[in-house]
Design a protein around this ligand. Sequence first.
Ligand code: BTN
Length: 332
Amino acid sequence: MIINELSFLRLLSDGEIHSIESISKYFQCTTSEIFIVLKNVSELEINLFEINNKGYWLKDSINWLNSDFVLKNINQHPNFCSLDLMIVDSVDSTNNFLINRLEKNEGLENYKGILVIASELQTKGRGRLGRSWLSGLGQSLTFSLGLYFTLDISKLSGLSLVIGIAIIRVFNSLSINNVNLKWPNDIIFNNSKLGGILIEFRQSNPKRLPFIVIGIGINFKLSKYSRSLIDQDVTDLFTITNKNIDRNLMLSALLSELQNVLIKFEKYGFNYFMEEWINYHAFQGKKISLYLPDKSVIEGTVDGVGHDGSLILITKKGRSFYNIGDISMRLN
Ligand code: BTN
């Protein structure tokens, strides 16, 4: 059997002390191979202890992702013929994985379902505007959905807002309240980032259907070290609720609700969701600064969103619509 860090940690997830001998017997490997794995595990910020020369003990159990559990708890929407869920230990980025898969299109001709990949770890998680997305083992939920979608590219910004609605609805259904959205699609609590959404659209070949990949990252319980690497105010579900929220339960609830909003969005567009989105927007009616990618800054008061999901600001020059940028609160 191949021994790697995650299979090692899975073995230790039973809360028992495991001797080096029993571990090497289980994996049919040498003790020196185990020491290499132990060294790598120490970089994963896991509370693993050596107990009085008896063996190794994992202090906090890891809430591993479990595809059987998730699939059993999903309400599959009848409009999607299937939902193919894949859970992996590690991948560069779940969005990259699906983009590659859908670009190749192998075995997916006329595919009318949703491909989903969730990963315990991402080595190169990506955020909006070329930023990176950081998370450690068991500290967050990182997954992507990919589907062929007959969607005009101009509707994409509206879609990304609608995904935020699905997340807030699921949070509310799990009694995680007072979480808001920050345009375009940050999930925030008290102005600290709890999660993010990265939507990508591709049509690699005009003869093929375009597809979208929806990537979602939600912080569950960030370590101090992970927090120190993130250059903005962040929070996680543990800090907000003081509870360890089950990642599998959250993933199944999200996959159920995401199907609902995708179907409604395809049928009715963003208009159908506009009021609900504005209700969840933390900055509605607030004076903000909007930082544009060219480094210019627009100041104004948020006056809702347009039918395409663009941000409406009342500025000195009047009422204007914006499709890109980062909001920050103005203090004066
Ligand atoms: C953002 O707020 O900038 C968007 C963050 C999106 C992160 C998720 S994690 C799963 C998926 N895979 C990625 O590489 N990114 C998205």
